[in-house]
Design a protein around this ligand. Structure first.
Ligand code: PLP
Length: 421
């Protein structure tokens, strides 16, 4: 034992408070740059695959701290649940918030509905749908991966055949696969097929929720997950999940305890439904989410969906008019994130760096694919953002030596928007 720990308490206090003390050795605090020196003066326009720009009311709410328990919070939680129910299009009361990224909501869905030995069929079109399979494997579930190759949507017919063959307890699927811009258009039929076989359906709607229709109750989905920083235009780090009554029944009567304490839905119920403590909620982030949801409700879903499709199609038309190619074929193409094939001789990393440095517009590369991605989620779908982004994209391509038709592109964008913002 070191001698210092043998000293009496009095001696330690005396030594610690003495300015001449030499017994406690502190390392030096680091010298860091000020945030104002690190953050750009001219802010970047966030047009990648998330996080997306947030409205001022969301940013303001995110700067407020209140008690995480008590009547004020309880009113806010109740409103968040009501508004989220509208956004999910569900009457289920089992709507909960999650402190964590979209992946935490994803893991919450998986760890509450899947346990060792349970069979899960994971429809995998790309990176994020594969993540659900990975989470279930780590839980010790019996996971069958149904892989859809070639950056295409899953067909309901073939997924139903896989369900018949494997008889899973749970099916996981992504509505929009952000990584390669594939849209599982046949999700409603796939969910219904799963339900015909008594299988619970988990849908990752992280990039699609509030950008395109998702009818949780009508389509008989058992768990929908989303993050804050995409379609909802809130901050990253506070997410939402909704369980159907059927899913909740399973959770309530399951015998094996959930190995994820923080993500245990029955414990989360304490906070989200009973006004008591589970863990300290990210209050500022919940307030931000409240405001983001309120804006969705004020806009209404049909109007919001129309804005998203108008904006995304206008962008897609503008990109094609420039002479570039969209990555996914029209029948599998996602509107919430647009994937553009990078012309031969250009690298997507170089393109993303250039458009960011020179034009202050941030877009995304991808996970090993020769594409760049432009988001069309929430606040990204505004005419002024489209003009700036398309101009920046074309100019960057030109700067880097690609041949593009800028006038045709900008005119097509203008025409496709039809005078709407
Ligand atoms: C972004 C995204 C995720 C992961 O969300 P995080 O907040 O990064 O954890 C999962 N699924 C889809 C479809 C996404 O777009």
């Amino acid at each position: 034992m070191p001698t210092s720990s043998l000293r009496s308490a009095e001696e330690t206090v005396a030594t610690a408070s003495s300015p001449e003390s030499t017994s406690l050795v502190f390392s030096q605090p680091p010298r860091v740059r000020l945030l104002s020196d690190i953050l750009p003066d001219d802010p970047l326009l966030m047009m990648g695959a998330g996080p997306v720009p947030i409205p001022d009311v969301v940013a303001h709410a995110n700067s407020v701290v209140i008690n995480h328990l008590g009547s004020t919070m309880s009113t806010i939680i109740s409103q968040v649940k009501q508004m989220a129910g509208y956004v999910f299009q569900t009457k289920s009361e089992w709507v909960l918030g999650v402190a964590g990224p979209g992946s935490a909501a994803m893991e919450m869905a998986i760890c509450n509905l899947v346990s060792p030995g349970r069979k899960m069929l994971a429809v995998v079109n790309g990176f994020f749908s594969a993540r659900m399979a990975e989470m279930a494997k780590r839980l010790g579930a019996d996971v069958v991966v149904y892989e859809v190759d070639g950056h295409r949507a899953a067909s309901a017919e073939s997924v139903e055949r896989a369900i018949e063959q494997h008889k899973p307890d749970v099916l996981t699927i992504v509505q929009g696969e952000t990584s390669n811009t594939v849209f599982n258009r046949e999700l409603p039929a796939i969910a219904k097929a799963a339900k015909r076989h008594g299988c619970l359906v988990v849908v990752d709607a992280v990039c699609t929720l509030s950008t395109m229709p998702l009818q949780m109750d009508d389509w008989q989905i058992d768990a929908v997950i989303t993050g804050g920083q995409k379609g909802l235009s809130s901050i990253p780090g506070v997410s939402l999940i909704a369980f159907s009554n059927t899913a909740w029944e399973y959770i309530s009567q399951r015998q094996t305890p959930n190995t994820h304490w923080v993500l245990d839905a029955k414990l989360a119920e304490n906070f989200w439904h009973k006004g008591s403590y589970h863990y300290t909620a990210p209050v500022s982030g919940v307030l931000a989410l409240h405001e983001a949801l309120r804006l969705v409700c004020a806009e209404t879903l049909p109007v919001r969906f129309a804005r998203h499709s108008r904006s995304s199609f206008a962008l897609q038309n503008g990109i094609e008019a420039m002479g570039l190619r969209l990555f996914t074929s029209p029948s599998s193409r996602l509107n919430s994130v647009v994937g553009i094939t990078v012309p031969d001789g250009l690298s997507n990393t170089e393109l993303c760096a250039h458009i960011s440095d020179r034009y202050r517009v941030e877009i995304s590369g991808s996970f090993g694919l020769p594409i760049v991605r432009i988001g069309q989620m929430g606040e990204q779908c505004r005419a002024h953002n489209l003009f700036r982004t398309l101009h920046a994209l074309g100019s960057s391509m030109r700067d880097l030596g690609a041949k593009v038709d800028m006038p045709a592109s900008m005119a097509t964008l203008e025409y496709s928007l039809g005078g709407q913002s």
